[in-house]
Design a protein around this ligand. Sequence first.
Ligand code: NAD
Length: 335
Amino acid sequence: MKKILITGGAGYIGSHTAVELWNAGMEPIILDDLSNSDEKVLDRLEEITGKRFAFFKGDCNDKSLLERIATEHQLAGVIHFAAFKAVGESTSQPLKYYKNNVGSLIVLLEFMQEQGIQDLVFSSSCTVYGQPEVLPVTESTPRQEAESPYGNTKKICEDILMDYVKSKPGVRVISLRYFNPVGAHPSAKIGELPIGTPQNLVPYITQTAAGIREKLTVFGNDYDTSDGSCVRDYIHVVDVADAHVKALSYLSGQEDNFYEVFNVGTGKGNTVLEVIHAFEKVSGQKLNYVIGPRRPGDVVKTWADTTKINQVLGWYPKYSLEDSMRDSWNWQKRL
Ligand SMILES: NC(=O)c1ccc[n+]([C@@H]2O[C@H](COP(=O)([O-])OP(=O)(O)OC[C@H]3O[C@@H](n4cnc5c(N)ncnc54)[C@H](O)[C@@H]3O)[C@@H](O)[C@H]2O)c1
């Protein structure tokens, strides 16, 4: 069984990816410092898969820890999720973000070169596109100046990967640009664990429905969209996880010094109000929400063109927006 190191594997997308890797016949080796996750996830992963995954608690900037993992496990590839992701915090603490998100990628690439590990899948984001002029967004849509230090770390990491692969180190790399991952595992055993006030729409919706938040504010209903609220491409986290499995399988058939980027989305945009209504429909809950003013800096609308990932990796999303809302709500109730 191929062993795959998952940095940030106790986190939201990493934990779901561990399950899908296992289902596809690969063994996840998890490294996480638990700065934004809980060790109990390991128990939940065992409940879902029947397997206790190897877990290393620590910082993936720590090369000696990576080396220790490599002495205990022969690694066939790496998926690098570990990063800080709070956009607001990145503005007030940019160095924390550059150090962790950019620094860890460099340490990891050095480690991979020293160990002769070829394959890497990197977590990028649609944030690199900013507000695109033409929709849907293809992988060749020009990237825009980042709106936040967090977004800039993703752009810089993509550039590092591109330059590094050009230097012919023998590696094969795919950057996946996720649109808006939502939902939770259908078992309701793992999901997103927002610490403090959620930064994203769906956890805010479910926490409001659960009575943890008093009300949800929709930031603007006078944009040029079907109902005036902002549009995003919401993709179920299990589908996002599956994209990593497809990416790794694809990499293993490529020549050395390979680099590609792929959008990971549904190919369909939904407004904030459509998401709220989908949630109300599947949960049977009336959501307490109000319309507020526009929020400065918000991208008005973005959604993915997924032709490339469909055709090249053979990846297609299986879950609908309603599925995502149902699974998010079941996860919230479990919490
Ligand atoms: N969730 C989204 O909406 C989204 C969208 C686009 C891109 N991404 C990217 O996907 C990746 C995973 O996101 P997520 O939503 O699962 O986040 P998450 O915070 O749930 O998971 C990240 C995990 O990495 C761990 N971590 C952070 N720094 C670490 C370090 N130095 N060493 C070891 N572990 C460390 C955290 O404890 C956490 O468990 C991130 O790189 C994020 O930027 C996420």
